[in-house]
Design a protein around this ligand. Structure first.
Ligand code: LMR
Length: 312
């Protein structure tokens, strides 16, 4: 229905994770600040846990302006740009600090606008800490992954990296992962500590391997036409709020994930394995054939710029 002149602009923010996660808290903070600073002009509705749109449906809904804000992982944008998948190259970043240095770089920030002609406008990178393996068998060396049925995010780069590990990748929506692990459709996955805890994956797995395989980050994403069509004063205020919320999300991500890791350790339901630097180098070596396959479409210059963030 068309908006009457004095109705507030409704911004629907949909995401797939629990509220008590960096992204969940970020969405609520965005709502709080937008409604406080633009009273009567903007109303924000937050839909967590795939309650409005989940994997596979959310991007189509954004393009149709049925939702106005998402924050998907880069892997979920591979149909719109291959370059953001630099974040999905396993074991490229040594740690979260390196990934965040790259996120703040000009080369990384330039990627946010590469989908605008396709209707999607990246506003910021939100962090959720490094992704870890969960599994029903202990994972210490690459050979341990052979034959394991890994749930993967819907992107070919994740498929190919697990194929390089001689595992069996299975694309699955995030909302279906708990049941997939519980029923054995898949017997391994990867996610940040906050998702492993908040989605209770640790209850249906025997091991968590702290591998820090990639940065579990997100692209805060809007519909280009919607955002550029906002009244100038509203858009300028929302742009400032995005900067403030992004800073808050990225500052609290490390602490939230550290706390959730501790809760998982204290649950005594899984064995937590931490890879040594030497073991991480073996995994990085094992996925090189997959990296090579995507070097051309990601861009070797971008990959080298990301790697440079490991040694500032
Ligand atoms: C996943 O699908 O594993 C994650 O990207 C979900 C999320 O948004 O953290």
């Amino acid at each position: 229905m068309a908006k009457a002149n004095n109705d507030p602009i409704t911004i629907k923010f949909a995401h797939v994770v629990a509220e008590h996660t960096p992204k969940g808290q970020g969405a609520l903070l965005f709502k709080k600040l937008a409604e406080e600073r633009l009273p009567g002009k903007v109303k924000v509705e937050v839909y967590p846990n795939s309650s409005l749109f989940g994997d596979g449906k959310e991007l189509e809904a954004l393009l149709l302006n049925e939702v106005q804000l998402l924050a998907p992982a880069p892997a979920k944008l591979d149909k719109f740009t291959k370059k953001l998948q630099v974040f999905d190259l396993m074991f490229l970043f040594d740690d979260a600090a390196a990934a965040e240095r790259f996120q703040k770089s000009e080369k990384a920030l330039a990627l946010l606008s590469t989908m605008e002609d396709k209707g999607l406008k990246g506003l910021a990178y939100w962090s959720n800490g490094m992704r870890q393996f969960t599994s029903n068998k202990p994972l210490r060396e690459p050979r341990d992954a052979r034959g394991m049925k890994f749930r993967v995010q819907p992107s070919y780069i994740w498929d190919e990296q697990y194929v390089a590990l001689r595992a069996v990748p299975r694309k699955m929506a995030f909302a279906e992962l708990y049941q997939g692990l519980q029923t054995g459709v898949v017997n391994a996955s990867d996610n940040p500590w906050s998702n492993i805890f908040s989605q209770r994956h640790y209850e249906v797995q025997k091991y968590v391997t702290e591998a820090n395989l990639t940065m579990g980050n997100y692209v805060l994403l809007t519909n280009t036409k919607f955002w550029n069509g906002l009244p100038d004063d509203v858009r300028h205020e929302l742009d400032e709020i995005v900067v403030e919320v992004t800073d808050a999300v990225n500052k609290q991500a490390e602490q939230l994930n550290r706390e959730d890791k501790q809760r998982i350790v204290e649950s005594n339901t899984v064995e937590v394995i931490t890879l040594t630097p030497e073991q991480r180098s073996h995994w990085r070596e094992a996925v090189q054939p997959a990296w090579k396959k995507f070097e051309a479409e990601i861009g070797i210059d971008l990959i080298k710029a990301a790697q440079a963030a490991n040694n500032p």
